[in-house]
Write a protein that binds this ligand. Structure first.
Ligand SMILES: Cc1ncc(COP(=O)(O)O)c(C=O)c1O
Length: 379
């Protein structure tokens, strides 16, 4: 990669949050500060626990004239290949306390269900997983191999969640859902608290103050869990930028309107885990005031980004990054190449950027397909 060459990558939309006010106490109240503390203490005691790597993308930071770019590589999380390992499995432990007569159930796009299945297996519990027609068989197989009973439901994610709730009521199963709704908040808070462990690790992994963090959002659980971690563990608060697919920009639209907005998804993004039309209730309480900016992107640059990470274009290490691990890099590059936005975000030679590499090749078939497509584009 030549330093004078530009990527020519574009984002779709960029907005400022007019209601921004970062209040540590309110954020920690919304997630439960005790949950945040307990999540790290519990999870760090699990067998085979290890912080995931915080990789420096030095070639990219040089090219974009930034001080540092840190990439949190969640492909290495407990062999489950995504940050979701921290949420669902932790909630299973807290809710069931290991009581083997309890059956847990959840609806999932893949990674959350893998975490719940694994959490149930760790404790010897029965587990029921509901998936939509859009979840690949490869993802379903991973959950079956973790001992879960996988139930495929006609329709989209919402249909799978409805069926999960219905059957759980009839059979007395305990729902371990990462999405909150009216009257269902405890489990989503626990999953968010689990995600805050990533930030605790980062606070131990670097002594550089992070100035900007790009957080992917689907329903906003990961982003708000990370923000709770920032409120708890970071001395200085970085600029917080939410990234979403342009076809499912529910956080962006909600922040812009100052209240929750529903998006009617007309086309599913390849970033399957982020293709969500509605922000979850508990995350929204955190996101509405703590986010500085929102940005949306198309799927166009995902294959190239996957290939560039694997082929060490951005740093010295080869990184396995799934589709949802790419939006931080794509939006950072696109923002840096837009003079006005670069200035507005204060992206400069003093900036220390944090990107969340949320998943590895969690869907191996899709990963291989995107990687091969990307390799053809970059050579
Ligand atoms: C694999 C994966 N699934 C889902 C999500 C979305 O998480 P949430 O729905 O908690 O916002 C992300 C990242 O944002 C992700 O990387």
């Amino acid at each position: 990669m030549n330093n004078s060459e530009v990527f020519g990558w574009k984002f779709s939309k960029f907005i400022n949050n007019k209601n921004f006010i970062f209040e540590r106490d309110k954020i920690l109240d919304a997630c439960g500060e005790d949950n945040v503390i307990d999540a790290y203490n519990s999870i760090s005691g699990w067998q085979n626990y290890k912080s995931t790597p915080l990789v420096k993308l030095d070639k990219l930071s040089k090219k974009l004239n930034l001080n540092n770019i840190f990439y949190k590589d969640e492909s290495k999380r407990f062999n489950l290949k995504s940050f979701k390992a921290l949420g669902g499995a932790y909630a299973v432990q807290k809710i069931t306390k290991g009581n083997k007569s309890i059956t847990v159930a959840t609806a999932t796009a893949g990674n959350h269900g893998r975490s719940v299945s694994w959490g149930a297996k760790r404790l010897g519990l029965n587990c029921k997983i509901f998936i939509s027609e859009f979840v690949s068989e490869a993802r379903a197989d991973v959950m079956r191999n973790l001992g879960a009973d996988v139930i495929r439901v006609k329709g989209n994610y919402d249909a799978s969640l409805k069926e999960c709730i219905k059957q759980s009521k009839i059979n007395g199963w305990e729902i371990i859902q990462d999405v909150a709704w009216e009257g269902y908040e405890e489990v989503p808070k626990l999953t968010m608290a689990g995600y805050s462990v990533m930030i605790k690790e980062i606070s131990n992994q670097t002594d550089q103050y992070i100035t900007h963090v790009f957080l992917q959002a689907g329903v906003g659980g990961m982003a708000s869990g990370a923000i709770a971690g920032i409120a708890k563990y970071f001395k200085r608060i970085p600029k917080i930028i939410i990234v979403e697919p342009e076809t499912a920009d529910c956080v962006l639209q909600s922040v812009e309107a100052g209240e929750m907005q529903k998006v009617n998804i007309k086309k599913e993004s390849i970033m399957g885990g982020m293709s969500c039309g509605e922000v979850s209730l508990v995350p929204w309480r955190i996101l509405k005031h703590s986010v500085n900016n929102c940005i949306s992107i198309t799927d166009e640059f995902i294959p190239q980004t996957i290939a560039m990470l694997e082929k060490k274009y951005f740093g010295d290490k080869s990184i396995i990054a799934g589709e949802c691990a790419t939006p931080g890099i794509i939006s950072l590059i696109a923002a840096s190449e837009d003079k006005n936005i670069k200035h507005e975000l204060e992206l400069n030679e003093k900036s220390n950027i944090l990107l969340m590499g949320c998943e590895g090749d969690a869907d191996e078939d899709l990963y291989k397909k995107l990687l091969n497509q990307g390799i053809k584009q970059i050579i």
